[in-house]
Unconditional design. Structure first.
Length: 256
């Protein structure tokens, strides 16, 4: 509305500018909407900044994503060098398996897998752990990070087998576990023939054991933690002496 006021120098009123008035306590609709939406925008931005910052930290630092394990060993947040050393320590230095006879598992010994050429490719496995959630594009990698924050990813180690070391280990253990055969015995005691038949021994069948181990080294190392030891019988040179004992009895009876 127009407001007029008298001028001190003139008896007639003059116009002053138009004044905008609003009712006391009222807020324009646009400002009300902004006040309602702005806190939500700030909150969403803050929430989005956290994973983005963490994602950048992992990428720049070259660190493995959270939730990643190698055969149960946590490697999350580690760099390649640290993860390689940790995998090697657990799987190649401290891990133990059982060397057990296939036909008689009660004959068993705790051994280091490396004695038989078994091991884990620590560097290659660490590389595989590092590649989880990487290389599929920015959006896919970010989604992989968000998934990893609430979900464990267990990676199976890469198993290696050195057949030459395996053969050397089996040859060494063969001397420890082999049982030599006992030869048959024939004798005369107080005019009577005494006979004891020979007993078979056993030795490691190195060829069969190598074939069985090479068929699935990962199962031997990771799934069963057992190196199967195939044994073979070793016959005595003189086993059954019953025929010789009968001949000796006949000779004694005839007075020869």
């Amino acid at each position: 509305m127009d407001i007029t006021r008298p001028s001190p120098a003139s008896p007639f009123p003059r116009k002053v500018g138009r004044v905008q008035t609003t009712q006391s306590g009222t807020v324009q609709p646009g400002r009300r909407l902004l006040r309602l939406v702005l806190p939500g925008i700030v909150l969403v931005s803050a929430l989005a900044a956290v994973p983005l910052s963490y994602f950048a930290y992992l990428q720049v630092g070259g660190l493995i994503l959270p939730g990643v394990h190698v055969g149960g060993v946590p490697v999350q947040g580690m760099g390649l060098e640290q993860a390689t050393a940790e995998i090697d320590r657990i799987w190649n230095q401290e891990y133990r398996v059982v060397l057990a006879e296939v036909e008689n598992p009660a004959h068993a010994w705790v051994v280091a897998p490396s004695e038989f050429g078994l091991g884990v490719d620590a560097a290659g496995t660490a590389q595989a752990a590092y590649r989880i959630g990487r290389g599929d594009g920015l959006l896919a990698d970010l989604l992989a990070l968000l998934t990893a924050l609430g979900q464990r990813h267990d990676l199976r180690p890469t198993v290696t087998l050195d057949l030459l070391k395996a053969q050397a280990g089996l040859e060494s253990w063969s001397a420890r576990v082999a049982i030599a055969p006992t030869e048959g015995i024939l004798g005369i005691h107080q005019g009577l023939v005494e006979a004891v038949n020979g007993q078979s021994g056993r030795s490691v069948d190195i060829g069969a054991t190598l074939s069985l181990l090479a068929a699935d080294p990962a199962a031997a190392l990771l799934d069963f933690a057992v190196i199967p030891l195939v044994m073979q019988p070793v016959a005595p040179r003189l086993g059954d002496v019953s025929a010789a004992a009968a001949q000796a009895d006949a000779m004694l009876a005839s007075g020869l």
